[in-house]
Design a protein around this ligand. Structure first.
Ligand code: G3I
Length: 376
C-alpha cells in the first residue's frame, strides 16, 4: 500500500513538473527588453532590417529599458527630430552635430544601421534659409544654402549614414508639387518647365558629397492614395530622366487600421514602375505605424474591442507580408517604425493612441507575435 502511495506521489510530481515545463515553453516573454524575448530584427534578418525612430534620451543610458529594447529589437535606427534642419542647422553659420554624432556612434558600436532624416523639409526648418535681411532670399541664395547645408551634413557622415531622406514631403496633397518656401522662392530656376529645381540641387549635392549613400525621396500617403503615388511617380520620373541621382522612394506608411495588402501593393507598384527608368531603384518603409483613430477622430469614437484589435493585428500582418514579398524580389531592405512604443508616439496628440507593436509599458502586443509568426 505504501509503495502504491509512493508511486502515485512520484507520478503526481512528474505530472506537475511536465505541466510546468510545458507551460514555460508555451509562455511568451512579456516585455520587449527581456533576455528571453524574441527579436523582431533577428526574426526578419533574412528579409529586411527592422528599426525605430528614437530620441537621444532613449539611447544615452544602456541600462534603461528603452535602450535595452532598442538593442534587443532593432538593427536600424533614425532620429525622430534631432537630425532635422531646425536642430542640426538652426543658424546659418552654426551646426549642432553633438546629438547626431552620438547617435551615429551608438549605432556603429552596436552594429545598427543609422538613417538620416531629413535634409530638406518644409517643416522644422529654420526661417533663415528663406531670408536675405528683411527680404525674401533670391533663388540663387536659397540654392547656394541648400548646397552648403546638404554638402556639409552628408560629407560629415560620409560612409557612415548609408541612407538619407534627402527631401521629405515635397509632393502636395492637391497639386503637382507642395507649395512651400522652397518651391516658392526657387521656382523653375533652370527654365525647364518644372519647379523641382530645389529638389534636384539637394540630390546632386548629396550625391557629390557621398556617391555611395542611398538617396531617398520620402513622403506620406503614397502607399494609400493612388493619385498621390502617381504624382510622386511623375515627379521622380522627370527628375530621373534629367539625370537627378535619386536612388529610392521612402514610404512613410502612417497608415490607418484596416489598411490592406492589396491597396498598398497597388500604390507601391505604381512607384516601382520607375524601375523601367532606373533598374536598381528601391523602396524603403521609413515611418511605419498604424493609427487606431481615423484622422480627426477622438478616442471616444473608437472602442478597442476584440474585433478592432483583430483588425489591428491583421493590418500589421498583411503589411509585413507585403514587405516580405517585396524583399524576396530584392526591392525592400529596410522597415522602420515611427517611434519606440505607444507611450511616445507622435500620434498621441493629447490622447493615448496605440499604433505600435510595443505598448507604453514596453510590453509586446499580440500583433507583435503574429507578425513574427510570418517569418517562422
Ligand atoms: O522641442 C520642443 C520643446 O522645446 C517644446 O517645449 C515643446 C512644446 O510643444 O515642443 C517641442 O517640439 C516638438 C517636437 O516634436 C519635439 O518633441 C514640436 O512641438 C512638435 O511639433 C514636434 O513634432 C514632431 C513632428 O514631426 C513635427 O512635424 C514629431 O515629434 C515627429 O514625430 C514628427 O515626425 C514626422 C516626420 O519627421 C515626417 N513625417 C511625418 C512625421 C509625423 O508627423
Amino acid at each position: 500500500m505504501v509503495k502504491v502511495k509512493r508511486l502515485v506521489t512520484v507520478l503526481a510530481i512528474i505530472f506537475v513538473m511536465t505541466l510546468t515545463a510545458c507551460g514555460q515553453t508555451a509562455s511568451r516573454a512579456e516585455f520587449a527588453y527581456q533576455d528571453n524575448a524574441p527579436s523582431i530584427a533577428e526574426t526578419f534578418k533574412d528579409y529586411f532590417r527592422v528599426g525605430a525612430a528614437v530620441n537621444s534620451w532613449d539611447i544615452d543610458n544602456p541600462d534603461s529599458n528603452q535602450c535595452k529594447t532598442i538593442l534587443k529589437q532593432f538593427n536600424t535606427l533614425v532620429m525622430e527630430n534631432e537630425s532635422k534642419p531646425e536642430n542640426l542647422h538652426p543658424e546659418e553659420d552654426r551646426y549642432y552635430f553633438d546629438k547626431f554624432d552620438q547617435f551615429v556612434d551608438f549605432c556603429e558600436e552596436n552594429d545598427i544601421v543609422p538613417r538620416g532624416h531629413c535634409l530638406i523639409w518644409h517643416s522644422q526648418v529654420p526661417g533663415w534659409f528663406f531670408k536675405d535681411g528683411n527680404q525674401d532670399a533670391s533663388a540663387e541664395l536659397v540654392l547656394d544654402r541648400i548646397k552648403e547645408h546638404v554638402t556639409t551634413i552628408v560629407t560629415r557622415y560620409k560612409g557612415r549614414v548609408k541612407s538619407w531622406d534627402v527631401c521629405n514631403e515635397v509632393i502636395g496633397d492637391d497639386g503637382q508639387l507642395r507649395f512651400s518656401d522652397w518651391s516658392r522662392l526657387v521656382g523653375d530656376y533652370d527654365g525647364d518647365g518644372d519647379k523641382y529645381d530645389f529638389i534636384e540641387t539637394a540630390f546632386i549635392a548629396a550625391h557629390e558629397a557621398d556617391p555611395d549613400a542611398r538617396l531617398i525621396i520620402n513622403d506620406y500617403s503614397i502607399e494609400s492614395s493612388t493619385d498621390k503615388a502617381i504624382r510622386m511617380y511623375n515627379a521622380v520620373k522627370k527628375m530621373l530622366e534629367d539625370g537627378v541621382p535619386i536612388d529610392g522612394v521612402g514610404f512613410q506608411m502612417h497608415v490607418g487600421n484596416g489598411t490592406t495588402y492589396e491597396k498598398t501593393k497597388e500604390c507601391m507598384d505604381i512607384i516601382l514602375k520607375l524601375k523601367e527608368i532606373k533598374p536598381d531603384l528601391v523602396i524603403e518603409v521609413t515611418e511605419f505605424d498604424v493609427n487606431c483613430y481615423g484622422w480627426g477622430q477622438e478616442p471616444a469614437d473608437v472602442e478597442l474591442t476584440k474585433e478592432f484589435l483583430e483588425e489591428f493585428n491583421k493590418t500589421y500582418t498583411d503589411l509585413f507580408r507585403l514587405f516580405m514579398d517585396y524583399s524576396k524580389e530584392g526591392l525592400l531592405d529596410s522597415v522602420i517604425m515611427w517611434g519606440l512604443h505607444d507611450g511616445v508616439s507622435w500620434l498621441n496628440n493629447g490622447h493615448q493612441n496605440y499604433p505600435m507593436l510595443i505598448d507604453k509599458d514596453l510590453k509586446l502586443k499580440d500583433a507583435y507575435f503574429e507578425v513574427l509568426e510570418l517569418a517562422k
